[in-house]
Design a protein around this ligand. Sequence first.
Ligand SMILES: [Ca+2]
Length: 326
Amino acid sequence: MAKKLVVIDTDCGIDDAQAIMMALAAPHIQVLGVTCVFGNAAVESVCQNVLRVLSVCECEGIPVFGGSAAPLVGSSNSLSDHFGGDGLGDVIKDKVPQWEQKIQKEHAVNAMIRLVSENQEQVSLVALGPLTNLALAVRLDPHFPKKLRDLYIMGGNMEGKGNMTPCAEFNFVMDPESAYIVLEEYLCPTYIASWEYSCRNSLTWEFFEELVNQDAAAARFMKMITSKCWAYSKEAMVNKRDVYFGPGFVSYDAYAMAACVDGSLVTESIKCPVRVELQGSIARGMMVLDQTNQLKKSHSVFVLTKCDAAKFSQLLMESLRQPCKK
Ligand SMILES: [Ca+2]
């Protein structure tokens, strides 16, 4: 069977690391490249985080590209400390030796366009961070979205609940203009794993313990980077997620990647047009679901609502049993 080709755009935090490992572990997935964007950390840290993940999984041959360091409008001053200052839980003290030489010279946006143009209608793009690189790609090549097989996004919200602001989710609120451009102009089949989707399909902390205590290099790495991170502590102070959805373990980006790796694990979704609010004083960056088509948009996306927890858990378990030579 021909492998499914994937390009991963990431702001590599802990959950991105988990999602990347899921793609690396899937026997039918071939990762053509990983493009980096600011978000969970500065883009320089993101690049190093991706190199670390590929190294742990012995997949150093996959090219890594540096991309956008800031949103289209405004500054990236509000970088999240959700997964620590470096995005990977602030437990690794050393830089990746000679990391700059290990990053490709080609810019992430150019690489994304090239990899997809060389494999037209065959590449799934999985976007796990702010959508700045994707917005720039469609500006450089207006035909880029048409060349994609499909697009998977972790981001946005579907119930008007936010994690960064009262109504908006982190990836979208970090660069609302880019999220707007992508949801208006990417007319390929699009699947959105929103914040609420991931939270509503959370797993137990008992499962998390089992997951990271597996006897494999990737599991040991995941256990290390989650060891001091409050977001991975069931004892942490009550946060917005717990208030809305109750306690549980949620690896956000893994939900978007899982939908790409095995579409059958999504058991329910809403097909409707969506748009990102840009003007709102309290709802900037919020994704609006237009289920009665008042906006008269011709393009609908799939907003994921339910997933098969058993299949998803299985994918997570397998993703940390690495390195596994394909
Ligand atoms: Ca991410």
